[in-house]
Design a protein. Sequence first.
Length: 803
Amino acid sequence: MCFKESKLFLLCFSLSITVSYGANTISANQSLSGNQTIISECEQFELGFFKPCNSSNYYIGIWYKKLNSNPPTIVWVANRETPISDRFRSQLKIIDGNLVLLNESKSLIWSTNVTTTLKSAIAVILDDGNLVLRDGSNSVEPVWQSFDHPTHTWLPAAKLGYNYKTKKSQVLTSWRSKHDPGVGLFSLELHPSTREYVIKWNGSQQYWTTGSWNGKSFDLIPQMSLTHKYDFSYHTNENESYLTYSPYDPSIISRFVLDVSGRIQRQSWSETTNEWNLIWFEPKSQCDVYALCGAFGSCKQFGLTFCHCLTGFKPRSENDWNQSDFSGGCVRKTDLQCGRNIEKPNFLMITVKNLPPNNSVAVWSVGECRTTCLNDCLCNAYSFVDNKCSFWNGDLLNLSEDNGNGNKIYIKVASKDLPRHNKSNLVNIGAVVGAVGGVICVLGLCLILIYRRKRIKVGKTTMEGLLVAFAYKDLQIATKNFSDKLGGGGFGQVFKGRLGDLSIVAVKKLESIRQGEKEFRNEVSTIGTIQHVNLVRLRGFCARGKNKLLVYNYMEHGSLDTHLFHGKQVLNWVTRYQIALGTARGLVYLHDKCRECIIHCDIKPENILLDVDFCPKIADFGLAKLVGRDFSRVLTTARGSIGYIAPEWLSGVAVTPKADVYSYGMMLFELVHGKRNSEGSQDSRSKYFPSLVANALKEGTDILSLVDTRLNREACVEQVTKICKVACWCIQDEEASRPTMSLVERILDGVSDVSMPPIPQIVTLFGENMGDSVFFTHSPSNGRSLVHSYSSGGGSQLKTASS
Ligand SMILES: *[C@@H]1O[C@H](CO)[C@@H](O)[C@H](O)[C@H]1NC(C)=O
Ligand SMILES: *[C@@H]1O[C@H](CO)[C@@H](O)[C@H](O)[C@H]1NC(C)=O
Ligand SMILES: *[C@@H]1O[C@H](CO)[C@@H](O)[C@H](O)[C@H]1NC(C)=O
Ligand SMILES: *[C@@H]1O[C@H](CO)[C@@H](O)[C@H](O)[C@H]1NC(C)=O
Ligand SMILES: *[C@@H]1O[C@H](CO)[C@@H](O)[C@H](O)[C@H]1NC(C)=O
Ligand SMILES: *[C@@H]1O[C@H](CO)[C@@H](O)[C@H](O)[C@H]1NC(C)=O
Ligand SMILES: *[C@@H]1O[C@H](CO)[C@@H](O)[C@H](O)[C@H]1NC(C)=O
Ligand SMILES: *[C@@H]1O[C@H](CO)[C@@H](O)[C@H](O)[C@H]1NC(C)=O
Ligand SMILES: *[C@@H]1O[C@H](CO)[C@@H](O)[C@H](O)[C@H]1NC(C)=O
Ligand SMILES: *[C@@H]1O[C@H](CO)[C@@H](O)[C@H](O)[C@H]1NC(C)=O
């Protein structure tokens, strides 16, 4: 349905006839200039001159007519590389069968460039956003169409593919920056031989691929087949291969954009907020975009901003950098003045995840390697790995600093730009610290040994390591024949008991342990050695035939869920923050500090116990191993764990500590909200709590209004914001995007900062499949990328914690 409005024809001062407002066609002898536009028949799209936000240049572009966005959302640009400055003296018109743009001095600066000469060519803007050039007398196939020359946007109905006959393809290319629609460094196209869609940097370095088409979806984006809202169809034959898509519901306005951040995004327009919702994007990790930070820039997934310059370097353009345009990279603060060395340059050591592609390789000693680089004016960096010396002569790209044990690379920097301490000192200090540490360790070991021996002598019951081996009968008496039940979990029921020394314990009766007694004892004594203030202490065990029991210290205040969801005692904010921090510390201990990394696999409020001071203690760690690694069985019996399981676990891949990080993140939301995440999302989909949080963070709206109402807004807004950001990071779909627990601990401790998180996939899936409620909005006009605008425009970056 479409109603044509009556058109108002303008009289023009120039001799040539100009285009009327509202017409959808430019025909021969007509021209478009100044603020004139043509509009598609049903008023979907409009074509005319536009000016990007902060630019003085004008371009011919196509934008949505109906959408109430300001500035308009541009979907196509004609003269990307050849802007004009005076739109009233420039003309878009048909000359010799081509649509051309003439600048102020009537020079041709852009053309459709077709060679077939049409008798009476016309250019028409269609309702799908396609600008076509065809013969006016008979409307057969167009000789040229903007759909074949896309810029950064792929619209529904447009083909994206490769023609094997003409060797022509449709390539999406990012804008150079949000103020410059010129051809940027990132491009997406179909690879003609592998038939995968790939994103490349500067036309060569590929950093993302869809994998190949399997009939339903691309191998590496299986969720494509899960979407009920879009019809994707992939066609391939000997002449061409291409993909098209269209929303099933024609009222949905949707588009794909290759953003300046190097990511392909799917966006949907929200009528209610008049903004674009980000539905999906790839790559998930911003630092996976090749060379995002340009030369000598380093990408950090968890920083204030993604990019920063290496020590001794500064942004090439501070203004671009401030607007999250990092492509210019970094330059030396001080030139090296090579050859005329007043002061010899020095080297800065950094550890990086991947060594960038290098220039030359040779086998030398490390000293020779260094000297050679020092004396070679072109050499910018060296590394010495496995007796191989590598040099980098050009710009260093795609650096991603890694504080762990990554690859060491030495960057040549002017001495005066290096931090003022010399290297030999550092080495000496390191040696001293090491020696002292060693002595302390040895002393500690001895003390432990002495202590252990004492305990074994003193203890009345049999001791096994630090654990008591209880007799079954004693536990029966202690628990009054297992009468006072405290609860039940995935591994068995728990009973309250009182030992002979009057101390109160919790006795867990393990169910279906398949292990033999010896194996069980070994496993349990391992768990017994794991002691930390934030882990429930195992006091002893009992292994008699089929009966396998564990004896723990009793926790006065029970489990966290009773306080959060069952109204036991409302925990104030300070306590909640301490619980978040304590739980993080406990997990850090399990993940990093034990001899063997222990993945808990079932972090949820039920497994966080509170002692008399409300200090949190993680329960049930290490038990997954006892039941024979059959996690799935544990999962199905563990009530209520479903909302805490990381997505990769469901897909059957090996579980890593990041699965605990995910569950921990889910729990943080509940700590803030005082309700289960699953509550509310059932009846009203728009109320899924993690979505509300992510939205509030992005919009910068009142975050305190989301906190458990029982607290009456009595909470520290900085801490709430921090916890919410951390929670959003923790539930990222990609394991690599989630922080480690030790980073979480540092953030909550106030040692590290936390940046604005990208939208967790689970939340976008809710937005996608569960109605049109708005979770994430993104105005393409004001942000070059959602994630970037998050990190740079976040505003509420936290510097210190007031815990
Ligand atoms: C365009 O202008 C030329 C000369 O001014 C004229 O010969 C021609 O008929 C015009 N064409 C149309 C379609 O008006
Ligand atoms: C278009 O430009 C003319 C000439 O400068 C101006 O008078 C008119 O108001 C403008 N129209 C709109 C809609 O901006
Ligand atoms: C707009 O551009 C100018 C000059 O390039 C710059 O000084 C200014 O900060 C920019 N403003 C915004 C909002 O980007
Ligand atoms: C118009 O384009 C020509 C060719 O690119 C250029 O030489 C000329 O300076 C441009 N005119 C103006 C006013 O920018
Ligand atoms: C048109 O073709 C010429 C020569 O083949 C080329 O230099 C120019 O870049 C082309 N212009 C466009 C807009 O494709
Ligand atoms: C992109 O590649 C071209 C050569 O293909 C090179 O000249 C140019 O410097 C590269 N751009 C960047 C930013 O490295
Ligand atoms: C491929 O192109 C040829 C010639 O242009 C045509 O005859 C043939 O039907 C096309 N094949 C398909 C599958 O469309
Ligand atoms: C670029 O860096 C990312 C992140 O560290 C890494 O995954 C990727 O393999 C690197 N690419 C190349 C070509 O080194
Ligand atoms: C960029 O941002 C920094 C810190 O926010 C500020 O000091 C600097 O003046 C900004 N530079 C430009 C050119 O906007
Ligand atoms: C340097 O590049 C060569 C091949 O070009 C490769 O074999 C070598 O491993 C690279 N060295 C480093 C340290 O990356």
